[in-house]
Design a protein around this ligand. Structure first.
Ligand code: ADP
Ligand code: LRH
Length: 459
């Protein structure tokens, strides 16, 4: 018996619609539609082109043909407001927009309530920045991006749990909206729709059920980490590197707060204990400046560059906004004026591996676990140099793949809700192991070099 499901997966750099075909223990993937995700600056504000993305979703679903259900995930934290008529109020603002600059510093520490890494763009800070505007006054509902797309497909309103956990307004202990905090910040309670869970049926689109999945892309990616045992770390590697562990309970200690580690909500009640590391964003931005050269060629050239010659602290928020990335890297790394794309790329990848090393080591210490491997999933798994550097930097074997982990996690949760795949995360991960290509990279044991490089960036 064959079952087909459609995963809509919107990353910060591109969107895709993937059809997963499940046939007795087999899973075949077909990326039926890919489309770029290009933000637009208008009126001085950086926006997502949400209608362009929705068109990509509709085109993809058309290409997908008949499916048993549809699931939607996207990047976290961003939202659209609906007015009293259910109409979208303005274009969702991009989390890299400057409107949240300085806002977090004006709000009290929220770690006790939400267990989240303080990132300037957490929804809570975006809402504090928006409060007082006429748009905010007219808003009746706030929908995170996947919930907004699901609303357009089905007419149903809700807030999927894993993504709601990235807002900063979910209580890390209860899993419900943190109503006292919402009141304390002067935000209006009516904006926050009821929580839905992965596996819940949201509604129907042209007769096909739309099912809630881990609608935070990272939550779906972690579902599809092909781990065999529990002692693993993961890097969900794309625009961001989300580096951490899967735990049963949150870590809310003072040292965890000081290290700025996050406790995001995972599928099946798990905790995604991780830190946002700057990821491949700086490389994406440099490549945009360089006129989009061929990435395979660029990485081959970067591989020939001397190792760890130029390193920066990629966790520095100076690298967050778009624009003139090479300039910022040159300044931070002391790159010579003549340094070309190969040198800059090597600097980014060495620095990224270094930041990932630090996050894995800190996660291990803070959670008191000892991971034996690092699973690296997402688009970064196609970058052999990054995988190799991550193995060397962490001193752990890296198991790279699947590249489309997020879409696979999305599909698996739908398939389980339909009774097509059995049981818990273990069973789902076994299916990923059996059906997807995973490449192993052994560490070279050159930790002295990495330790010295870490000292050079003061970490
Ligand atoms: P997101 O979901 O954040 O948009 P993805 O998981 O799609 O990110 O990963 C995108 C990244 O994958 C790109 O920034 C690029 O660095 C990397 N990538 C894509 N294709 C290749 C390739 N052929 N070789 C190496 N890296 C690649
Ligand atoms: C990755 C991601 C990450 C968030 C960021 C805004 O795509 O969802 O987990 O922190 O985007």
């Amino acid at each position: 018996m064959t079952h087909r499901f459609a995963a809509v997966d919107l990353g910060a750099s591109s969107g895709r619609v993937v059809v997963g075909t499940f046939t007795e223990g087999k899973l075949d993937l077909d990326v039926v539609h890919r489309f770029p995700n290009e933000p637009v600056r208008a009126g001085g504000t950086l926006h997502w082109d949400i209608l362009g993305l929705y068109r990509g979703v509709l085109d993809g679903l058309k290409k997908a043909g008949p499916v048993d259900s549809i699931g939607i995930d996207s990047w976290a934290v961003d939202y659209g407001f609906l007015d009293a008529d259910g109409m979208l109020l303005g274009n969702p603002v991009h989390y890299r927009d400057a409107r949240t600059d300085g806002v977090a510093a004006r709000v009290r520490d929220l770690y006790d309530v939400n267990g989240l890494q303080t990132l300037p763009f957490n929804t809570v800070y975006q809402l504090v920045a928006a409060a007082g505007t006429r748009q905010y006054a007219a808003a009746r509902t706030m929908l995170l991006v996947p919930d907004l797309l699901a609303y357009w497909l089905t007419g149903e309103i809700g807030a999927e749990y894993t993504n709601a956990s990235t807002t900063g307004l979910l209580d890390v202990r209860t899993g419900d909206w943190a109503w006292p905090l919402i009141g304390e910040l002067g935000l209006r309670a009516e904006l926050f729709p009821p929580i839905r869970r992965p596996g819940d049926v949201i509604g129907r689109f042209e007769g096909t059920p739309v099912v809630a999945v881990g609608s935070h892309d990272t939550a779906s990616a972690v579902v599809a980490v092909p781990a065999q045992d529990t002692d693993f770390a993961y890097v969900s590697s794309g625009t961001w590197s989300l580096v951490g562990l899967e735990l049963d309970t949150p870590v809310l200690s003072d040292s965890s707060r000081a290290a700025n580690f996050t406790n995001e909500g995972g599928v099946d009640g798990t905790v995604r204990y991780l830190r946002n590391v700057m990821g491949l964003w700086p490389l994406q931005e440099c490549m945009r400046e360089w006129g989009s050269p061929d990435i395979a060629e660029l990485l081959r050239a970067a591989e020939r560059e001397p190792a760890l010659r130029y390193v920066v602290d990629l966790d520095d928020p100076v690298f967050l906004p778009p624009g003139d990335m090479t300039g910022r890297l040159r300044e931070a790394a002391g790159l010579p004026g003549e340094a070309g794309p190969a040198t800059v790329t090597r600097c980014i990848l060495d620095s990224l591996a270094l930041a990932q090393r630090r996050a894995v080591r800190q996660a291990r210490e803070l959670a008191g676990t000892s991971p034996a491997v690092v699973h690296l999933v997402g688009g970064g798994a196609r970058n052999e140099l990054l995988c190799r550097l991550t193995a060397d930097a962490t001193g752990l074997p890296v198991l790279a793949g699947p590249v489309e982990a997020t879409a696979i996690g999305n599909l698996l949760v739908q398939a389980r809700a339909a009774g097509v795949v059995p049981g818990g995360l273990d069973a789902m991960r076994a299916l990923v192991r059996q059906t997807q290509q995973i490449v192993r990279y052994e560490p070279r044991g050159d930790d002295d070099l990495w330790r010295a490089a870490a000292a050079r960036v003061g970490r």
